[in-house]
Design a protein around this ligand. Structure first.
Ligand code: FAD
Length: 474
C-alpha cells in the first residue's frame, strides 16, 4: 500500500469540500449559518445595513454568504486511505545529533507597485488581504458587477494563493521545476498552480482607475496600517491613503508561537519557522535539503501533515533528514480525534518514518555549535537543525486595534453583525466567524458521523474552518 501522504487526504478532502461549498454558496444567502455568525455580532458596532447608495451599480443590497462544511469527507477519505493499518512504535533516543545546518535565507518582500503614488487614491471596492477569502470576494463581486474595479491590498509579496498544498501536494511532486514554480498535482492528477489566478488575470494597479471595463488589481507587499472609519479610508504603511466605497477586511489568522521560542535569542529564532505561507514553504524546502534533522512542535493537523510530508520527501533526499514530532497530547490530533483514531493516526505517522514524541513539550531552547538544542519536560534533549512550531492560529485583529473596531472578548475575532459588517460598507470575513459550529467526521467504528472533541473553539477548528464566509459586496 502506498502510505506516503495518506494523512494529506484530510487536507485534500477539505480543500475539495471547501471548493464545492464556495461554488455553491457564493450566490446564495444561506440564513442557516447565521446563528453562528450572530454570536459575534455586536449591537453597538454601528453595523447593519444603512446607506447603500455608495454602490456604483445601483443595487446595493449587501448579501452575506456564509458557508460551513463538516469534515465527513475528510475522515471518510482518511478511512479509505488505509491509515488504520497498525505499525510499530518508535522509541525516541535520549540524545539526537545532527550535522551542519543550512543558514536561513528569506528574500525581502517586494512591493508591487514599488511606488505608493501608483496606487489609486479612490477605489469602489477595497479588499484587504490576499488569501482565499479575498479571492472568493473578488470572484463574487465580478460575477455580480462585471465592470467592478477591485483593489486587493496584501502584505505578502505574492498574488492571492491557496495555502493547503503548502503542507501537502507541493511536497509530493517529483518534478522539481514544477515545485519551484509552485505547481502541484491536484486530486485528479492534473497539475495546477498554487496561485488562484495567473498574473495575466489581474490588471496593473496603476491602470485600475482608468479601465473602462474595470478589473482586479493586486497591490502586493503593502500593509494596511489602519482604517479611518469616518472618512472611509485605508491608510497604508508609509502613509498612502485609499478612499473606498466598500471595504472587506480579510486579514485571516496569525500562527501562534510558544513563549519558550518567543523569548529565545535571534540565533535560535533564525532556526524556527511558524509555517504559514509560500516563503515558509520555500525556506523549509531549502532547509530540509541540507539538514540532518528537523523537529516539528505540535501534534495538530498542520504539524502532522508537515511531518509526513517531510518524512516522505526525506526518503528521496541524499541527506535523508530525520523528522521528529513533539507534542503534549497522547497521540496525533489528540485534541480533536477520539483516542483510538488518534492512536491509529500516530501509528500511521510513525509508519511514514517520523519519530513521534508524544506527551512531551519544549521547556527550553538554545543554540550550540550551530544546532538547536530543545529541552523537553521529560528530561530528553533533542539536537536539531531546524524547528517548526505548529501550535495553532489566532485571528489577525491588528486592524481592529489600530482602527477602533471591536473584537470578541473571549474568542478574539472581529465583532460583526449578522451580515458580517463591522460598520456600514465595511465587512470582515474570516473562517473564525463560523468556527462555533461543531465539526464532524466519519467514524469508521460506528459507521456514523461524530462530533470532534473540543472542536468548537477557533483553535481546534484550524483545519475545520472549511469555508470562508463571504460578503457579496454589491
Ligand atoms: C500550510 C497550511 C495548510 C492548510 N491546509 C488546509 C486544509 O487542508 N484545509 C482547510 O480547510 N484549511 C487549510 N488551511 C487553512 C486555510 O488555509 C485558511 O483557513 C485560509 O488560508 C484562510 O483564508 P483567509 O483568506 O481568511 O486568510 P489568510 O489565508 O490568512 O489570508 C490573509 C491575508 O491577509 C494579509 N494581511 C493580513 N494583514 C494585512 C494588512 N494589515 N494589510 C494587508 N494585508 C494583510 C495576509 O498577508 C494574508 O495574505 C491550511 C493553512 C496552512 C497554513
Amino acid at each position: 500500500m502506498v502510505v506516503g501522504g495518506q494523512i494529506f487526504q484530510f487536507g485534500r478532502a477539505l480543500a475539495r469540500t471547501k471548493e464545492c461549498i464556495r461554488i455553491f454558496n457564493l450566490r446564495k444567502y444561506d440564513r442557516g449559518y447565521l446563528p453562528a455568525v450572530r454570536l459575534y455580532a455586536s449591537s453597538s458596532s454601528g453595523g447593519g445595513k444603512q446607506d447603500k447608495s455608495g454602490s456604483n451599480e445601483g443595487s446595493s443590497t449587501a448579501k452575506i454568504i456564509a458557508g460551513v462544511a463538516v469534515t465527513a469527507a475528510t475522515a471518510a477519505l482518511v478511512y479509505k486511505s488505509g491509515i488504520f493499518e497498525p505499525s510499530g512504535p518508535d522509541t525516541p533516543k535520549k540524545v539526537r545529533k545532527t550535522a551542519q545546518p543550512r543558514v536561513r535565507t528569506r528574500p525581502p518582500v517586494v512591493k508591487v507597485p514599488a511606488d505608493a503614488a501608483n496606487i489609486p487614491s479612490q477605489v469602489p471596492y477595497l479588499l484587504i488581504g490576499g488569501g482565499t477569502a479575498s479571492f472568493a470576494a473578488f470572484r463574487a463581486i465580478k460575477s455580480r458587477d462585471p465592470k467592478a474595479k477591485v483593489l486587493v491590498v496584501t502584505e505578502e509579496g505574492h498574488l492571492p494563493y491557496m495555502r493547503p498544498p503548502l503542507s501537502k501536494e507541493l511536497w509530493f511532486n517529483d518534478d522539481k521545476e514544477a515545485t519551484k514554480n509552485l505547481r502541484f498535482k491536484q486530486w485528479n492528477g492534473k497539475e495546477r498552480s498554487l496561485f488562484f489566478e495567473p498574473e495575466q488575470f489581474y490588471c496593473k494597479v496603476e491602470e485600475l482607475e482608468s479601465r473602462e471595463n474595470g478589473g482586479v488589481a493586486v497591490a502586493s507587499g503593502w500593509k494596511v496600517e489602519r482604517l479611518d472609519l469616518a472618512e472611509k479610508k485605508a491608510i497604508l504603511a508609509g502613509g498612502k491613503e485609499i478612499q473606498y466605497e466598500k471595504c472587506l477586511i480579510a486579514t485571516g489568522g496569525k500562527p501562534k508561537s510558544l513563549s519558550v521560542f518567543e523569548k529565545a535569542s535571534s540565533e535560535v529564532k533564525n532556526r524556527v519557522t511558524l509555517f504559514r505561507g509560500i516563503d515558509d514553504f520555500k525556506e523549509l524546502d531549502e532547509v530540509a535539503s541540507g539538514a540532518q534533522s528537523i523537529v516539528v512542535v505540535g501534534g495538530g493537523f498542520l504539524g502532522s501533515e508537515l511531518v509526513c510530508a517531510l518524512a516522505k520527501k526525506s526518503k528521496t533526499m541524499g541527506n535523508h533528514p530525520k523528522i521528529i514530532q513533539v507534542y503534549p497530547e497522547k497521540g496525533n490530533m489528540g485534541k480533536v480525534l477520539p483516542e483510538y483514531l488518534s492512536q491509529w493516526t500516530t501509528n500511521k505517522v510513525r509508519h511514514e518514518g517520523v519519530e513521534v514524541v508524544p506527551e512531551a513539550f519544549v521547556t527550553g531552547v538554545s543554540q550550540e555549535s550551530g544546532k538547536l538544542v530543545l529541552k523537553l519536560n521529560n528530561g530528553e534533549t533533542i539536537k536539531t537543525d531546524h524547528a517548526i512550531v505548529a501550535v495553532g492560529l489566532e485571528p489577525n485583529t491588528q486592524l481592529a486595534n489600530t482602527s477602533g473596531l471591536e473584537v470578541h472578548e473571549e474568542l478574539g475575532g472581529f465583532l460583526v453583525n449578522a451580515e458580517l459588517e463591522a460598520r456600514s460598507n465595511l465587512w470582515v470575513v474570516s473562517s473564525y466567524v463560523l468556527s462555533l459550529r461543531k465539526a464532524k467526521i466519519f467514524d469508521p467504528q460506528s459507521q456514523s458521523l461524530i462530533f470532534l472533541r473540543g472542536a468548537s473553539s477557533p483553535a481546534h477548528l484550524y483545519h475545520f474552518r472549511l469555508v470562508i464566509a463571504l460578503a457579496s459586496l454589491t
